[in-house]
Design a protein around this ligand. Structure first.
Ligand SMILES: Cc1ncc(COP(=O)(O)O)c(C=O)c1O
Length: 388
């Protein structure tokens, strides 16, 4: 049985001395980062209060801890901090809590934000419906794929530029150039990198001030834990966001921290498979007679393919397609035998989400290509499209 002293030692694991100082590979950091303790998996410390040296008083309380939300999520934060190349990482209860803690932490009434026009729907609602009307923040939605439009938008004093480099519209934003332009105008850059994960893109390396993720998606990877994370370098920024985590709540529960920590160990391998299968599925859909358009960064026909190639060694598993008019969405979804017509993305299963009608009456659908054999995914799509 461990005595109190042993437990205290184990509780120090998040700050343990595994560092990626020897230029280890991402795969190695993902496996060892954040927990180098005495068990083969990170322990789940379920307690609301966990005494640790240096974390006395309210700092040992799960919502109040100075940096970690608890030892298990502290281990996860350290793992992500290493993977992002960040100075700090703060885990949150889901992706939207990462978004809201960041925005409420860094913005105040009278500030102005320039946001890419097609961010995640929940984020879009915050920017469009909540921040301007209830918090007095001016928001301009702009297509940041057009850097000229960003340049024009930045002529007015701006506190923050916010975007998803690979956004819900399946467009890719030139991260380094957009970041440089924002910085020249004196604005902070906040990036939601959920669609790509730190394995494919590390925005802090290109100068972004804050990167956040819905870890619910690729980082956890198995559809079994809602979770979010915010990372960065500047200590003042960390403090402002952390203050919101204390006041708004939204800390990550220990069990979910454990699941994401475990999921991250295989992120690199899963992402390689998502990329390989994504390419195959996109090429299949692209030549299908009932499909008029496929938006996938890995296709040379994608307008942002070349820009993305400068940043990415793989194009992930997210794509969108448009059917010919007259092809039935209901029949297509109803005939799927393996792929799931479910919300969410980045899971082991292939997920298909209807996303409205095209101008000529076809349907649009988003595909999150899973980890099944790509030929099996294609076979399922093929038989469903055949009868749709
Ligand atoms: C890009 C992006 N950011 C944030 C979120 C919100 O994540 P969560 O559902 O974990 O709150 C999502 C959800 O789909 C997303 O796609």
């Amino acid at each position: 049985m461990p005595n109190n002293h042993d437990l205290r030692n184990d509780l120090r694991f998040a700050a343990d001395d595994y560092q990626s100082a020897d230029n280890r590979d991402f795969t190695t950091d993902a496996i060892h980062g954040g927990y180098h303790g005495t068990s083969s998996s990170v322990p789940i410390y379920q307690g609301n209060t966990n005494y640790r040296e240096g974390y006395e008083g309210t700092n040992s309380y799960g919502r109040g801890l100075d940096k970690a939300g608890g030892p298990t999520s502290g281990a996860l934060e350290e793992q992500v901090r290493i993977l992002e190349g960040a100075e700090w990482a703060q885990a949150t209860s889901c992706g939207m809590s990462a978004v809201s803690q960041t925005l409420f932490g860094l913005l105040k009434s009278g500030d102005r934000v320039v946001c890419h026009e097609t961010v995640y729907a929940g984020t879009h609602m915050l920017f469009q419906d909540v921040l301007p009307t209830k918090w007095g923040v001016e928001v301009q939605m702009v297509n940041l794929c057009e850097l000229n439009a960003l340049e024009t938008a930045l002529k007015k004093p701006t506190r923050m530029v916010y975007f998803e480099p690979y956004a819900h519209s399946m467009e890719f934003i030139d991260l380094a150039r957009a970041t440089d332009m924002a910085h020249e105008a004196g604005a902070l850059v906040v990036v939601d990198n959920t669609f790509l994960s730190p394995y494919l893109l590390r925005p802090l390396h290109y100068g972004a001030d804050v990167v956040l993720h819905a870890m619910t998606k690729y980082m956890a990877g198995h559809g079994d834990a809602l979770a979010g994370i915010v990372s960065g370098r500047d200590e003042e920024i960390r403090k402002q966001i952390h203050f919101m985590r204390i006041l708004m709540g939204g800390v990550l529960a220990p069990m979910n921290a454990f699941l994401v920590h475990r999921g991250l160990k295989t992120l690199a391998f899963r992402m390689e498979r998502h990329c390989g299968s994504g390419q195959k599925v996109a090429e299949y859909l692209d030549q299908h007679k009932k499909i008029t358009r496929v938006d996938y960064l890995g296709l040379t026909s994608h307008p942002n393919h070349e820009v993305a190639t400068g940043y990415l060694h793989g194009f992930g598993g997210m794509m969108r397609f448009v059917s010919k008019p007259g092809v039935s969405l209901d029949r297509f979804l109803g005939r799927l035998k393996m792929c799931k017509p479910w919300y969410s993305l980045g899971d082991v299963e292939t997920l298909i989400l209807p996303s409205g009608e095209s101008a000529d009456g076809g349907f649009r659908a988003r595909v999150s290509v899973g980890l099944e054999d790509p030929d099996d995914i294609i076979a399922d799509l093929d038989q469903a499209l055949e009868k749709a």
